[in-house]
Design a protein around this ligand. Sequence first.
Ligand SMILES: C[S@@+](CC[C@H](N)C(=O)[O-])C[C@H]1O[C@@H](n2cnc3c(N)ncnc32)[C@H](O)[C@@H]1O
Length: 325
Amino acid sequence: MVEKNGMTKHIPVLLEETREGLYLKKGAIVVDATLGGGGHTREILKHILPGGKVIAIDADLSALDAFRVRVAEDDFFRQALKKNSLILVHDNYSSLEEVLDREGIETVDAILADLGFSSDQIETGDRGFSFSQSGPLDMRLNQETELTAGEIVNTFSLEKIESILRGCGDESESRRIASAIIVARGEKSFTTTDELRDVIEKAYPRGKRQRMKIHPATQTFQALRIAVNQESEHLEKFLKQAIERLKVGGRIAVITFHSGEDRIVKQFFKKQAMGCVCPPGFPVCRCGNEPKIRILTKKPIIPTDKEVKDNPRSRSAKLRIAEKL
Ligand SMILES: C[S@@+](CC[C@H](N)C(=O)[O-])C[C@H]1O[C@@H](n2cnc3c(N)ncnc32)[C@H](O)[C@@H]1O
């Protein structure tokens, strides 16, 4: 999870844009819902100390353990932990309200979620997140949950697998890949990531495969990861709670990495900013809904060419920001 020298391999994306968007002030109380390597948390702390506090959540216990190991060699974080300016929480961000209740915090000034997985998680083979590393077909973010990627590919029906690949991965060859998975598992159950990657590679039409900019297994692996960890469901729950627990004038910033995630955030923000949800023909409003947020990013903020060059993983990042009304 961490390199031998204790460094994270994860480079935080859209760091400056996120910090500016969160409009941080000294003494602010902030939630970083996705601690990861701690890059965004560090930047936030720099702008809210002295007096401020970050509640940093991660659902992956290994990510938190790795962070704690690194802290031993990092004076800045060590001091922040010692002074209770940084609180580490192992939980899913969909339990945000419970997390804040446990900390005795009613409302916060800013909330960040930098979705998905860190380079540390992807580059370690033993979790099964990456098709370029051999590993078990696990993909669970939290080892206490039950469903694994192996269970999906070895036991789910053709229709169910196809629907996961299409719905969660936008995979245009979902039918072909799902059929190839069913045929392959008839001979031998899948146990490793490379077995699955090979079947996907062979299933892809050759001409299309040669024209692709990404590896043909990219979207299938992404789809399985999303399904295993119920990412869309957790994101929706998190967004609702985040808006409730923001102070008036407080900011929420969400960084997404694929179209499905971005769609959820965009539509959620739009609905919360709209207020009235009465059908268009109604002469007067009957729902009484008031707008809860103001959207600050009509279009999402994306990385500059320089950032993408320096950190190719940032290429699909999209940042959306809103302010509580
Ligand atoms: C892209 S990384 C965050 C990187 C971090 N901003 C940094 O600068 O190092 C996403 C992190 O969120 C965590 N994560 C993903 N889904 C989560 C969820 N539903 N609840 C809590 N943490 C989650 C992952 O374990 C991972 O460590």
